[in-house]
Design a protein around this ligand. Sequence first.
Ligand code: SAM
Length: 481
Amino acid sequence: MEKIIDEKQQGNSLVMEPQSGNGKKLMIESYGCQMNFSDSEIVASILAKEGFNTTQSLEEADLVLINTCSIRDKAEQTVRKRLEKYNAVKKINPGMKVGVLGCMAERLKAKFLEEEKIVDLVVGPDAYKDLPNLINEVEEGRNAVNVILSKDETYGDISPVRLQSNGVSAFVSITRGCDNMCTFCVVPFTRGRERSRDPQSILEEVNDLAAKGFKEITLLGQNVDSYLWYGGGLKKDFKNASEIQKATATNFAGLLKLVAEAHPKMRIRFSTSNPQDMTLDVIETMAKYPNICRYIHLPVQSGSDRILKEMNRLHTREEYFELIDNIRKLMPDCAISQDMITGFPTETEEDHQDTLSLMEYVKYDFGFMFAYSERPGTMAARKLKDDVPEEVKKRRLTEIVNLQQEHSHYRTKQFLGKTVEVLIEKESKKSNLHWSGRTTQNTVAVFPKENYKVGDFVNVKINDCTSATLIGEAVGYSENN
Ligand code: SAM
């Protein structure tokens, strides 16, 4: 999820429909956030045009691309380990070329080639259209690097191939980069400044997905609420736009309305929201259209005003509560999830207690919680000492994870005895006799298969639950079918 894609999917290699090609096989593995998985689909689309077919077997690959994440040190270590594995295979198949894509490529640039001798190709998130040229360079025996960040690249003109898709839900990227400059975060450095994609190209992609039978889309961006299309260019340059550009600009609420009205039966999700940018008109638009899912991922990172300030999160605890209250007022059934960081520099026990009390107030449906990991080059790394001992970070993390578990269970229990609409996505991991899908609140529900199939909208009566899963039985198709 992300937010962070399901742990079990991390590193999955992705495959597309076979096609006649140049006889070369590409293996592409993705780590990190949903954006990376979505970017890998763009990369696959660019290379499919060059005649590449995909494979899931490293031994079979002519080109291996690894789409990387830099968000925490652990994410980078995972990639380094994977490169060791590639190295072993390269000894057997010296012709195999290895490319590093994404945030780690952008962060380390040409240094990657020195540090990891097996890497032939280093490509940042805004340079994927250059891949065919770069691959030619590599084939001619030279290493190739392109880590130029762009002012206007949104890949809006590329229709992504869907990799390892269930044919039911798909990601649609709407913004790239981030301008928020949270002091802990490496994203503005690895993904560049924020820019939005043309709403027409977004709509065309959604139309295409609908025509192919997809039932759910997730609009993706590092900070979707900040979406602003005024004819192209960086968000920060909007102030210099002409009067006509300003008057005809589309914001996130406008985009949601456009997509929701064009496809009233399509479930629409989005991620990630930033509290400082989420405006009332977004909540009102959600409330107005039942096909916009009742779920907001609303990272807060800390419940302490002092720490929020140190993190350069541009809102207070009170303002966050106000936002939560507004969401609950307009959509009482809306699920809310969080991201939290424990052990940010200078965090005291009192700050930590503020985080716990904020969680008590919101009672999130679920959450993604992390111990602070200092990232080179960020403002926090430059200005603040990473002074919370590792065991304290871990202990605080355990406390918030345990509290979240209680709240998640509290939330799932509210569904007991109720009948909810579930979109079937796949077979349950635990039983081949059960389907697994999600409610509009993004909660996983499992139930006996009967004659239903993947992609059906089914009403499910909930009889039991764990903290993460609703367990029930189908009582018929929903109206949305
Ligand atoms: N753009 C989103 C936002 O600002 O809320 C999410 C960006 S990030 C890909 C996902 C999550 O990773 C963040 O919300 C944060 O909780 C976590 N994260 C980011 N930098 C981190 C760091 N240096 N140490 C630990 N966790 C971090």
